[in-house]
Design a protein around this ligand. Structure first.
Ligand code: FE2
Length: 297
């Protein structure tokens, strides 16, 4: 894995609408073909009040309302990876608007790992069959007339994919804004050295490429932002900019990860997201439960 597995197309400018979820600092996107009404939703959020065990859909409903108001046709629901800090609303949106659900093929590794941690029975399939499409590095798909290219960018998780659509790249948790640096690489299957190499791959896209983040935490009190460029990241990213070498990055990343607490929603997020955004099946009482593995993570 090295070079970008396609020819970048900077002359195509998809229309990108962002939706910020304040409780989880997640940014979801609607990506529209400028020449048709086709669109895709990237990394949607299902709301959870974990203390109350309550699921709601205000964030997803805002995305659905946007798509309906603009009379768009939803063709794809994309997960850049199995998120550990929020629950996906992809199946909820798919149920209302249709479209196909896609994720990286290494979802099977994530399902194997967390299927064990949550002691899921044999009814939990670990073959990615909860999704409509499993992307490989170099794959492409259409959003109307737009061609979306998929690059495998592991390190944060094994299934992380960057989706490059015209001059826009959706990097998931590979990179943060220049003053935010990079995402952690210490979840099961994560690896700082692998993440560095994936980031270099993203940074080998043309400098003008627009980069869209999955998260922003507004470091040092600045307002939330989610869009930058490859050039800005190369010049200013606090973890990988200024020509930072691999060993320096790995040392920094591993030292920093050792200080980070678990994301607040990791336990419900993984159980739902490894199922493609679906809650676990109802038990014999007809109710749905999430598990908490004691000392299991
Ligand atoms: Fe993530």
């Amino acid at each position: 894995m090295s070079a970008v597995p396609f020819t970048p197309d900077l002359d195509t400018h998809p229309e990108v609408t962002a939706f910020f979820d304040a409780p989880t600092n997640t940014i979801s996107y609607v990506v529209k073909d400028p020449h048709s009404n086709a669109c895709a939703v990237i990394d949607s959020v299902m709301d959870i009040d974990y203390a109350a065990g309550r699921i709601t859909y205000d964030g997803a409903d805002a995305i659905i309302a946007h798509i309906e108001q603009h009379q768009l046709k939803l063709e794809w629901l994309i997960e850049t990876h199995v998120h550990a800090d929020h629950l996906s609303a992809a199946p909820y949106i798919q149920g209302k608007l249709g479209g196909r659900l896609g994720i990286g093929e290494n979802i099977t590794i994530v399902q194997e790992t967390f299927g064990k941690i949550f002691n899921e029975g044999t009814e939990f399939q670990r073959d990615g069959s909860q999704f409509d499409r499993l992307f490989k590095d170099g794959d492409s798909y259409q959003i109307g007339g737009l061609t979306a290219h998929v690059m495998h960018t592991p390190g944060h998780t094994p299934a992380c994919m960057t989706h490059v659509i015209g001059d826009a790249a959706f990097v998931g948790d590979t990179l943060f804004m220049p003053d935010g640096g990079s995402a952690r690489a210490d979840f099961p299957g994560g690896d700082a050295r692998t993440l560095y190499r994936s980031i270099q791959r993203v940074l080998s896209l043309p400098r003008e490429t627009r980069l869209f983040m999955c998260h922003d935490y507004g470091p040092n009190g600045r307002d939330i932002q989610w869009e930058t460029t490859v050039g800005e990241e190369i010049d200013h990213n606090i973890h990988v900019g200024h020509g930072t070498d691999e060993d320096t990055f790995v040392k920094m990343r591993e030292a920093r990860d050792a200080t980070l607490a678990m994301p607040k929603l990791i336990i419900p997020s993984l159980q739902v997201n490894m199922r493609g955004g679906r809650l676990p099946p109802r038990d014999e009482s007809g109710k749905t439960f999430l598990k908490v593995p004691v000392n299991g993570l």
